[in-house]
Design a binder for this molecule. Structure first.
Ligand code: SF4
Length: 109
């Protein structure tokens, strides 16, 4: 398996944000912690498992929360940020407000 570097992970997050019209969390140290988590998860599991969630054991069972997770679009549209607050909406970024702590839809039925 090819290991990812932190720089490759930063590029990945930049590409996702650009494609979706999102912004990255402007708090540099918070952002770097998430980049570390994503990079470690990729190098451990072989895919960008969400840095704020634990693996269920396989790619198949984790597929909903491989970044960007299936809930990210709804969360960013409704709350202004994804569960980890890695990605935020353009309007939240423009407001200068902090991302909020939001419920994890993974556990919603
Ligand atoms: S919560 Fe954010 S960082 Fe985690 S998988 Fe979803 S989009 Fe990626």
């Amino acid at each position: 398996m090819n290991e990812k570097t932190k720089e490759q992970t930063r590029l990945f997050t930049q590409m996702v944000a650009k494609k979706q019209g999102w912004k990255l969390n402007p708090d540099e140290s918070f952002y770097e912690d998430l980049v570390d988590g994503l990079t470690n998860n990729y190098n451990r599991h072989g895919y960008y498992l969400c840095p704020c969630r634990d693996s269920d054991g396989s790619r198949e069972t984790d597929k909903d929360f491989i970044c960007p997770c299936v809930w990210s679009w709804q969360d960013i549209s409704e709350f202004g940020n994804c569960y980890c607050a890695l990605f935020i909406s353009e309007s939240l970024a423009a407001s200068g407000e902090q991302p909020a702590s939001i419920p994890d839809r993974r556990y919603e039925t």
